[in-house]
Design a protein around this ligand. Sequence first.
Ligand SMILES: *[C@@H]1O[C@H](CO)[C@@H](O)[C@H](O)[C@H]1NC(C)=O
Ligand SMILES: *[C@@H]1O[C@H](CO)[C@@H](O)[C@H](O)[C@H]1NC(C)=O
Ligand SMILES: *[C@@H]1O[C@H](CO)[C@@H](O)[C@H](O)[C@H]1NC(C)=O
Ligand SMILES: *[C@@H]1O[C@H](CO)[C@@H](O)[C@H](O)[C@H]1NC(C)=O
Ligand SMILES: CC(=O)N[C@H]1CO[C@H](CO)[C@@H](O)[C@@H]1O
Length: 341
Amino acid sequence: MLGFVLVSSLIVLGCAASTVGKRLIIDTDLFSDVDDAGALLLAATSPLVELLAVNVNYPSTYSALAASAILAHYGRTNTPIGIRRPLTNVTFFDSWFFELGEYTSKVAYHWSGGSLQWGHAEDAWDPVALYRKVLSEAPDDSVTIASIGFFDNLSALLNSSPDIYSPLPGPDLIAAKVLELVIMGGEYPSGYEYNFWGGDPSLAAHVVNTWKGSPITFSGFEIGENVTSGLRLINEGPRDDPVKAAYIYYGYNTARPSFDPLTVLYAIEGLGDLFEFGVEYGYNHVEQNGSNTWVYDKEVTSQRFLRLKLSEDRTGAEVDRRLLEATLSSQRNRSFTREEL
Ligand SMILES: *[C@@H]1O[C@H](CO)[C@@H](O)[C@H](O)[C@H]1NC(C)=O
Ligand SMILES: *[C@@H]1O[C@H](CO)[C@@H](O)[C@H](O)[C@H]1NC(C)=O
Ligand SMILES: *[C@@H]1O[C@H](CO)[C@@H](O)[C@H](O)[C@H]1NC(C)=O
Ligand SMILES: *[C@@H]1O[C@H](CO)[C@@H](O)[C@H](O)[C@H]1NC(C)=O
Ligand SMILES: CC(=O)N[C@H]1CO[C@H](CO)[C@@H](O)[C@@H]1O
C-alpha cells in the first residue's frame, strides 16, 4: 500500500513538472559512452522540461531497458521509449583500450523498472511511430529534438509517410511541429566525428543535408572533448543513483568528456551562460563517409554551431555541478514525498 501511495505521489510530481516547460525528445545511443546517461539525468530531472519521448538509436535491448530504468528512477515513468529494430542482446566491450566498462545491462538489471520491465525491451515503441505520435499531438513549432547519437530513427522519420497519427509526410510533420533540432555530431568548421561516421554515415548525411522546416544547432566534438565531468556525481551523488553507478561502471572513477550533457543543456536552456554561436549563417554539409564541412553561405540562416563562452575547466565544473544538483534535487523530492505521507 505504501508502495502504491508513493508511486502515485511521484506521478503527481512528474505531472506537475510536465505541465510547463520545454517539450523535448531525446534520440540517444545509450550504449558505448556514458555521457548519454548524464544527458538523460539532466533532462529527466529538469523542471524546465516536458520530456515527450526518448528514442534509442542503438538496437541493444539493454539500451532500451537502461533508459527505462533511468527515467523511472527520476519519476519520469510516463515518458514513452522507442528503440530501433531489430533488437539484439549485444553488450558493450572496450576492445580498443580495455579501459572502459559496460553499464547498460547492469543499470537495466539493478534499477529495473518504468515502462519497460526487465526482459521486455520488445515492448518499446517503434521509434518512427513514437516520433509521429508525439509530434502530431504537440502544438505547432513547439518540440525540440536533441540528437545525441546515430541518425537511423531521424532518417526514417524523414522518410515516413502519412499514418494513423498524422496525414503529413515526415518532412511536413517536422516543419509543422519541430522548433529546433540540436545535434551532437561533427566538428566545426570541419572534421570527422564518431556520431556521423560510427553508425551508418549515409544516414547522418541524409538527416543533416535534407532537414528543412526547423533550425539546426550543432554541438561539435571540439566543444565537449576537453570539458570533463562526472567526478562530483561519482564522489558526492546518492548511493542509489543509477547514473552515478553508470559513470562508475563505465569509467572506473574517472571524469568523462561532456559531449551529450552539454548538448542537452543547450537544448533545454538555449545559449544561457555557457554557450554562444560560433557562426549564425551558412550550413553544415556531411559527406557519405561521415566527414563534415561548414559552408559559409550568407543566404542561409537556419543553421549554426555552438562555441563555449567560458573556459573548458569552468564549463566542466558547471556540468559537474549540474549533474550533482540534478540527482540531489530528485532525491530531495523523493524523501519529501515520503515525509509528506
Ligand atoms: C522537485 O520538485 C520541484 C517542486 O515540485 C519541481 O519543480 C522539480 O522539478 C522536482 N525535481 C525533480 C527532479 O523531480
Ligand atoms: C535476449 O535475451 C533474452 C533472455 O535470455 C531472450 O529472452 C531474448 O529472446 C533475447 N533477445 C534477443 C533479441 O536476442
Ligand atoms: C584537448 O586537449 C588535448 C590535450 O591537451 C589536445 O591535444 C586536443 O587538441 C584538445 N582538443 C580540442 C578539441 O581542443
Ligand atoms: C570523406 O569524403 C570526402 C569527400 O569525398 C573526402 O574529401 C574526405 O577526405 C573523406 N574523409 C575521410 C576521413 O575519409
Ligand atoms: C523501427 C525502426 O527501427 N525504424 C527505422 C529506424 O531506422 C532504420 C534505418 O533507417 C530503419 O531501417 C528502421 O526501419
